[in-house]
Design a protein around this ligand. Structure first.
Ligand code: SAM
Length: 280
């Protein structure tokens, strides 16, 4: 068993380093011993290069180091660096970068650190910036095979919903443009220290080698954001106000795109959004 899943060991380690949890950095560390090996295995890390975001005290990092070619872990909290130095001392295939992942040029990092390797992301994400991190990983068009992340269960359900179903939202459509998402398994709130208020889930996004169709991406995502900005309204109203265009013009665009003006955003397909963008 990974000793970093043991509460006694964690408490001893943290008190030795004078570490206290930062709520604002989303620090909920995994203590359920079965989660990390399973997550590492299912992420495709075996024999690949791995980017981990937010290693914390290194519980998942340990499992990733065991099976992968190389791990580069990006941790924002510099107080965790001496802890990680201690907990990862037995591995020579790991590098810790002290940075905010949102500020990093990940294309450059991959070119410099993972030459010739398949690369995957595997991380228990800080929940305050789950969607921005996932969208950055996808929008930066990184040469990734897959992204396996732990997120809040509700966010996982939203991301993995079928496009065109009641649960779908802007994030569902956006993620599905770049990747094929799937729910892997649920993780109870009690699997973390401190325990968050809600359950979590691990999802995997298999990154598409190319987009599903050609579209003006700027317009496509503007349409998606506008369409879901007022999800209770019919599409003609949400687009007209979200894109600041007249009602008449909106109706023309929807007709040209073959989308009923009284449809709701959650009922539209990826292609519907692309057709609206094309006719704008
Ligand atoms: N991987 C560890 C685990 O599973 O126990 C810790 C996961 S904890 C949910 C999230 C981690 O992300 C924390 O270590 C936190 O300090 C780090 N973090 C928060 N914001 C970050 C950012 N913008 N860039 C990189 N790391 C960040």
């Amino acid at each position: 068993m990974n000793r970093l899943s043991d509460i006694g060991t964690i408490k001893e380690l943290l008190s030795k380093h004078g570490f206290t949890f930062s709520k604002s950095l989303g620090q909920n560390f995994l203590i359920n011993p079965s989660v990390c090996p399973r997550m590492a295995e299912l992420s495709g890390a075996g024999g690949a290069g791995v980017i981990e975001i937010g290693p914390g005290i290194g519980v998942l990092t340990n499992e990733l180091c065991k099976i992968s070619e190389k791990v580069v872990a990006v941790e924002l909290d510099k107080r965790l660096l001496p802890v990680l130095e201690e907990t990862l001392s037995e591995y020579d295939n790991v590098k810790i970068i002290n940075a905010d992942v949102m500020e990093l040029d990940l294309n450059k990092l991959i070119a410099e650190e993972f030459s010739g390797m398949d690369v995957v992301v595997c991380a228990n994400l800080p929940y305050y910036i789950t969607s921005p991190i996932i969208m950055k990983l996808l929008e930066d068009k990184l040469p990734l095979k897959a992204i396996t992340v732990m997120v809040q269960k509700e966010a996982a359900q939203r991301i993995c919903a079928d496009v065109g179903s009641r649960m779908s939202g802007a994030v569902t459509v956006s993620v599905n443009y770049y990747a094929k998402p799937q729910m892997l398994f649920s993780v109870s709130a009690g699997s973390f220290m401190p325990a968050p208020k809600v359950d979590s889930a691990v999802i995997r996004l298999d990154v598409l080698s190319e987009p599903p169709f050609k579209t003006d991406e700027k317009k496509f995502f503007e349409v998606v954001r506008a369409a879901f900005s007022q999800r209770r309204k019919v599409i003609s109203n949400s687009l007209s106000s979200g894109l600041s265009i007249s009602k008449d013009r909106t109706l023309e665009v929807l007709e040209a795109a073959n989308v009923p003006s009284n449809a709701r955003a959650e009922k539209l397909s990826l292609e519907n959004f692309a057709d609206i963008a094309k006719n704008l």
